[in-house]
Design a protein around this ligand. Structure first.
Ligand SMILES: [Zn+2]
Length: 247
């Protein structure tokens, strides 16, 4: 068993609050009726085929409260605990922090440490796409699109317990994570600091590409660093460049 790489996408419910104004700068909460919570998440292990979704109605607790994400957070906590690396689009700024805040509020401890890969960060560090949204990157790279959704109506339907909306949300989440994985594979060789997947192997006879573990690599030139020169390699599968022994 090599690296446990988890692709993850979460969907949250909006805050329910009162306001004296509907206009942007003045609109602020007079009081909060209900805080945000996680509606659903979709995930896929890199070593498995299937994208899975976990939604609030999957839990018995949903019958008592449509807004209680404790059991859902329990499943998330377990997955994070298992993962060596979690990949999400804008995951470093949003998904992982949002999950963390729901974990601590629901009384869970810190999951065991994992590394993260944020496809939004890769997109912004190496490219100047017109838009760095997952949907648009998917389109630019011909890897597919997100499923169009009815936006606020869909979220409202789920918050209000409409089962049809939940089915749509599930399909939407599934497609998001499938698209995330495809976009990740297209972008990974451009990542400025991709984790070295070789280090997660139990043993190895030949070191493969640090980004994808392929042993289909080629020595191509010399990399000159601060103090020394190194043999430089390129992966023939994913296109990553990496360095080997000192020259
Ligand atoms: Zn590779």
């Amino acid at each position: 068993m090599g690296v446990k790489l988890l692709f993850l996408d979460i969907e949250t419910a909006p805050i329910l609050m009162t306001s004296w104004s509907m206009r942007s700068p003045e609109a602020s909460a007079v009081w909060v009726e209900r805080d945000t919570f996680i509606l659903m998440f979709s995930y896929k292990w890199a070593h498995e085929k299937q994208v899975r979704t976990v939604c609030l109605p999957d839990f018995p607790r949903y019958k008592r409260s449509k807004f209680d994400d404790k059991d859902l957070c329990g499943v998330l906590h377990h997955l994070m605990d298992e993962a060596d690396i979690i990949c999400a689009h804008n995951g470093d700024a949003f998904d992982i922090k949002k999950v963390n805040s729901r974990l601590i509020v629901n009384g869970f401890g810190k999951p065991s440490p994992f590394k993260t890969i944020d496809t939004l960060k890769i997109a912004r560090s190496a490219f100047k796409f017109d838009s760095a949204k997952l949907d648009n990157i998917g389109r630019y790279l011909s890897e597919g699109r997100k499923i169009p959704n009815t936006g606020a109506d869909l979220w409202r339907g789920c918050v209000e317990g409409d089962l049809k909306s939940w089915e749509t949300m599930r399909r939407y989440g599934k497609q998001d994570t499938a698209l995330l994985e495809r976009v990740y594979h297209r972008l990974k060789s451009w990542a400025p600091n991709h984790p070295n997947l070789n280090l997660y192997k139990e043993y190895r006879d030949r070191v493969g590409c640090p980004t994808c573990e392929s042993t289909n690599t080629q020595r191509r030139g010399i990399a000159v660093k601060q103090a020394y020169k190194y043999y430089r390699f390129q992966c023939r599968d994913c296109g990553s460049w990496f360095t080997g022994m000192k020259v």
